[in-house]
Design a protein around this ligand. Structure first.
Ligand code: PAF
Length: 285
């Protein structure tokens, strides 16, 4: 496995793989690898011959009051985990390699990126789409893999790739959960013991909302039920609960499936997000 920090080195390593006719799968990450990243790597391993992961804590997707400086960095451990998982190349650039002096371009997706998390984090998605566009241009993978926990991010990135005619298949994979249902996330490690104990109620509330949607509840009723369940737990500070259409992310005020119910809530200073997709007839995913 190669570990490289420059675009030039990454391209050299990739050109050898391509010369051998290998397909390339990219798993973009911000490092501090956990079970959800490993599941993306495993999926890439199954589909692609040559698996690249990027490790880059992208400064432009963090707001001024957010945790960019504190965000966990664990390159040595990440290298070990990636090697064991069968990764072929780690691209771990320093910030100046991605944003050299004079960098002046921003890629943003309008509409889809503006609701849900985009409402309270206005610079977040432009930061994500700019760095993902760069990573897709640098690596030029056949496929790129993202988790459905960040559901809005996945929809926005699919739009980005389609709108810019990028020859890449964007693949979304199911959220990986702890045994009590909490979605695996880097930020879970910020939770105190007391907060960690109540954190699974976020997913439980979404599951009961999904049940209501399946029984014909309207989006508005689902949102209200999930919000009430969360507000019944004193530690949660709810940012939003929204029932949306899975592709357009438009509000689903009326009854109707499919539907994604997405929520963001704080436990102390830690912001958790999660979602559940409710399909017609077949239950929720
Ligand atoms: O989901 C993440 O870890 C990040 O938003 C991503 C896609 C790696 C871009 O920095």
């Amino acid at each position: 496995m190669d570990v490289v920090t420059t675009v030039l080195e990454a391209r050299a390593s990739l050109s050898t793989a391509r010369a051998q006719g290998q397909t390339v799968g990219l798993v973009p990450t911000m490092g501090a690898l956990h079970a959800a990243h490993l599941a993306l790597i495993e999926a890439a391993r199954r589909r692609d011959d040559f698996v690249v992961i990027s490790i880059f804590v992208n400064p432009t997707q963090f707001g001024p009051a957010e945790d960019y400086e504190l965000y966990p960095r664990a390159l040595e451990r990440d290298v070990e985990l990636a090697e064991k998982a069968g990764v072929d190349l780690i691209f771990a650039p320093p910030p100046q390699e991605i944003y050299p002096e004079g960098f002046a371009t921003s890629v943003s997706v309008t509409g889809l990126a503006e609701g849900l998390c985009g409402r309270s984090r206005p610079g977040h998605f432009p930061g994500v789409t700019t760095v993902v566009a760069k990573l897709l241009n640098i690596v030029q993978p056949d496929r790129a893999y993202f988790g459905e926990k960040d559901y809005q991010q996945l929809v926005v990135i699919k739009r980005l790739a389609a709108d810019l005619n990028m020859p890449v298949e964007i693949i979304g994979l199911p959220t990986v959960r702890e045994s009590d249902g909490l979605a695996v996330s880097t930020r879970n490690q910020y939770l105190s013991t007391e907060q960690r104990a109540v954190a699974p109620r976020l997913y439980q509330a979404l599951q009961s909302g999904a049940g209501l949607a399946q029984q014909g509840g309207s989006g508005t009723e689902v949102e209200q039920a999930v919000r009430e369940a969360l507000e019944g737990e004193a530690l949660f500070d709810v940012e939003y609960v929204e029932a949306v259409h899975p592709n357009s992310l438009a509000a689903r005020g009326e009854a109707g499936l499919p539907m994604v119910v997405a929520a963001a809530a704080y436990l102390g200073n830690t912001r958790l997000i999660d979602n559940i997709r409710v399909e017609e007839g077949s239950g929720n995913a």
